[in-house]
Design a protein around this ligand. Structure first.
Ligand code: HEC
Ligand SMILES: [Cu+2]
Length: 317
């Protein structure tokens, strides 16, 4: 496979991205050469004082007009279809994906694994296994970029974005912020450690930190008094809806619309509960925006996600 200089091709997407990039570069170069070549040729041919024939300039040339329109269409559409299908592939992760949470803030990357292990400016992950980064910013817009994987995604305040990839080589790869985010933006760098799957498991379980994200969420859930309104079994009647099996379910809202209960919805339900009221309930839930930070929100979401519904089904993140 063709290689871009200075970069590894360390993910399943990298070869495709490079090929597309080189094809686009090739097409552009061809037209740059064609247009500038003609420019120089005509410049010389019709220069002041030359004996070129200027008597009968053509007003239209249908053959040329149709020719270059069709030719560009024939070149452009396949490139569009190709790039679009790559884009869809890069947007939709496979089902068995490993989720790793990433918080961007001025000026570092904070990484939280589901078992509670944390790291700063480092992401450890397994080779040959699909990984999805579940990301949010605590302040301004950042952008997580792993050049050797050819993947990049904005990290926004107030909304989760995701980025998935499958690393194909073990080793250390640079991690960058690709969105100017303040004075120390250029220092917002780190390292991705791609490990053999067994080594990764060992690394993950080696966490002395202990408590899983869901367990931290459970503690928060009782400390913040959520349980006063949200009961955890069908028998008890709470003032708020039952959260069992909420994750991934379709929720009917007071205004008649429906919404899928994903991480964004649950996050919004906690920081801005008045924005979307569940049908059949009073808008009495207070906002917790000043009592929780993004880490707490990840923990609460992870906890709610772990609450399977009655028949034990759980949609997964
Ligand atoms: C004063 C009672 C009360 C407290 C305390 C409370 N909630 Fe709620 N909550 C509600 C009510 C009522 C609703 C439904 C109306 C709405 O959407 O605001 C709701 C809705 C929700 C929803 C959306 C549920 C669905 O079925 O779509 C989530 C998620 C949620 N709350 C999480 C929490 C969490 C987490 C906490 C603690 C940090 C909490 N709530 C604290 C009353 C409460
Ligand atoms: Cu940044």
């Amino acid at each position: 496979m063709i290689h871009l200089p200075g970069l590894n091709q360390a993910s399943t997407a990298a070869g495709q991205v490079d090929l597309l990039f080189l094809v686009l570069l090739g097409i552009s170069s061809f037209f740059v050469l064609l247009v500038s070549g003609l420019l120089i040729y005509f410049g010389v041919k019709y220069r002041h004082g030359s004996s070129a024939d200027r008597s009968n300039p053509p007003a239209t040339n249908n053959f040329l007009e149709i020719g270059w329109t069709v030719a560009l269409l024939v070149i452009g559409l396949p490139v569009f279809v190709w790039a679009a299908s790559m884009y869809f592939h890069d947007e939709v992760p496979p089902n068995n994906v490993l989720v790793i949470n990433v918080l961007g803030k001025q000026w570092m990357w904070e990484v939280v694994h589901d078992n509670g292990r944390r790291e700063i400016n480092e992401i450890h992950l397994p080779v040959n296994y699909p990984v999805k980064l579940h990301m949010i910013s605590q302040d301004v817009i950042h952008s997580l970029w792993i050049p050797d994987f050819r993947v990049k995604q904005d990290v926004l305040p107030g909304r989760y974005t995701t980025l998935w990839f499958e690393a194909t080589e073990t080793g250390e790869f640079p991690l960058r912020c690709a969105e100017y985010c303040g004075t120390q933006h250029s220092g917002m760098t780190g390292t991705v450690f791609v490990m053999e799957q067994a080594d990764y498991q060992a690394w993950l379980e080696n966490a002395a930190q202990g408590t899983s994200l869901a367990a931290q969420g459970e503690q928060l859930f009782s400390r913040l008094g959520c349980a006063a309104c949200h009961k955890l079994n069908e028998q008890e009647d709470g003032r708020g809806p039952l959260l069992l099996g909420l994750y991934g379910r379709t929720v009917l809202l007071e205004d008649g619309t429906t919404i899928t209960a994903d991480a964004d919805y649950i996050r919004r339900s906690i920081v801005d509960p008045q924005a979307q009221i569940v049908a059949g309930y009073e808008p009495i839930m207070p906002t917790f925006a000043n009592q929780v930070d993004e880490q707490d929100l990840l923990a609460l979401i992870s906890y709610i996600q772990s609450l399977a519904n009655e028949d034990g089904a759980n949609q997964g993140k």
